[in-house]
Design a protein around this ligand. Structure first.
Ligand SMILES: [Zn+2]
Ligand SMILES: [Zn+2]
Ligand SMILES: [Zn+2]
Length: 347
């Protein structure tokens, strides 16, 4: 099944889990003013979807012509054009997010976001990015692909998400970790009794529980090692993982995406049609090629460094063996001579 975003009809791009098991584009979540991200480092989960007003859910996107999800509107104060964030991205509309303060300022809500429809984008920006053509192409694309699509009521599902979350909080106060712990072990105990694995691997709070299949796999992989009470050990590790996820409100324990958001500009990572950019395309392509060359050079240096480290460690090992031999000869000279003498004696 395709992942769908609760805010827009587009199915490509980076998705983030909302505080229930629904999904949303990171881009959509960042641009819809009422929505927030629970953890700014991990850029998830997407929260406060229930705060999106009814009026926003009712807007029809002028690009894809679909009345689903939540639209943002043109920042020109005399214009009421509404569009999905991802539809706007497809038309390369002016979405001003990058500045000296970076994406984090947007997350903190300290930066006013500016988005313009194709008619109100700054003229030089519109020309440089071929917005008129991109908008025509996008409209044609959506006319073809979205024809006759029927959507679930987006606001209803958003409210449902909020309700699930509220229940989870009242049933499940996050600070009473002992209660939570009991529930986790209850779930694990159920599975140990040999019941078929459940389809739902989540606590009411949204923190996932490790599926039986993964538990079995890890347990059998550990069979090679001498671990006492192996089953208990794995069960404890699973519980710890779930509690940790719960403590982070369901956010992943490993960092992702941070690299893409902060270290590189999107120019360096995405595929672009440089020919279509006109005169500025060549300069950008050159910049990109230079970046790649620098990257290759860095990697070659890294490889040399790694080879040098291997050599150094080999030399260290040799030195250590020599030293051992030396110490043995100095302190236990007789022991070293003993074996050859005994060999001779018994021949
Ligand atoms: Zn979306
Ligand atoms: Zn749209
Ligand atoms: Zn406008």
């Amino acid at each position: 099944m395709l992942q769908t975003c609760i805010f827009c009809p587009n199915t490509d791009g980076a998705f983030k889990q909302t505080n229930s098991s629904k999904w949303a584009h990171l881009l959509c979540a960042m641009w819809i003013p009422e929505v927030s991200l629970g953890n700014h480092t991990f850029m998830e989960p997407v929260m406060e979807v229930e705060k999106v007003p009814k009026t926003r859910w009712r807007l029809t996107c002028y690009i894809c012509n679909q009345r689903m999800g939540a639209c943002i509107q043109c920042s020109n104060k005399n214009c009421y054009q509404a569009f999905h964030v991802t539809c706007a991205r497809r038309c390369r509309l002016f979405l001003k997010m990058k500045n000296g303060q970076g994406a984090l300022a947007v997350l903190e809500g300290t930066l006013p976001l500016k988005a313009f429809c194709d008619k109100h984008c700054p003229p030089d920006y519109a020309e440089k990015n071929g917005i008129a053509q991109a908008t025509r192409d996008a409209k044609r694309f959506y006319k073809r692909t979205m024809k006759g699509r029927i959507w679930a009521d987006s606001q209803a599902s958003a409210l449902q998400i909020a309700a699930t979350h509220r229940n989870a909080i009242t049933e499940h106060p996050p600070d009473e970790s002992q209660i939570t712990g009991a529930k986790v072990s209850a779930v694990l105990a159920d599975k140990k009794k040999g019941q078929p694995p459940k389809n739902v691997w989540k606590l009411p709070s949204g923190a996932p529980v490790i599926p039986q299949a993964v538990y079995d796999l890890v347990e059998s992989a550990l069979a090679r090692f001498p671990i006492r009470k192996r089953k208990d050990f794995v069960a404890e590790a699973c519980k710890y993982w779930t509690l940790k996820r719960e403590a982070r409100r369901g956010a992943a324990l490993l960092k992702r995406l941070q690299l893409q958001m902060e270290t590189f500009s999107s120019m360096e990572l995405t595929r672009r049609n440089f020919a279509a950019m006109g005169p500025s395309g060549k300069a950008r392509l050159t910049r990109r090629i230079e970046f790649c060359r620098a990257l290759i050079k860095d990697l070659e240096q890294l490889k040399e460094l790694a080879d040098a480290v291997v050599q150094r460690e080999e030399a260290k090992l040799e030195a250590a063996e020599l030293e051992q031999d030396f110490v043995d000869t100095c302190y236990f000279p007789i022991f070293k001579q003993l074996q050859p003498i005994l060999d001779k004696a018994f021949v």
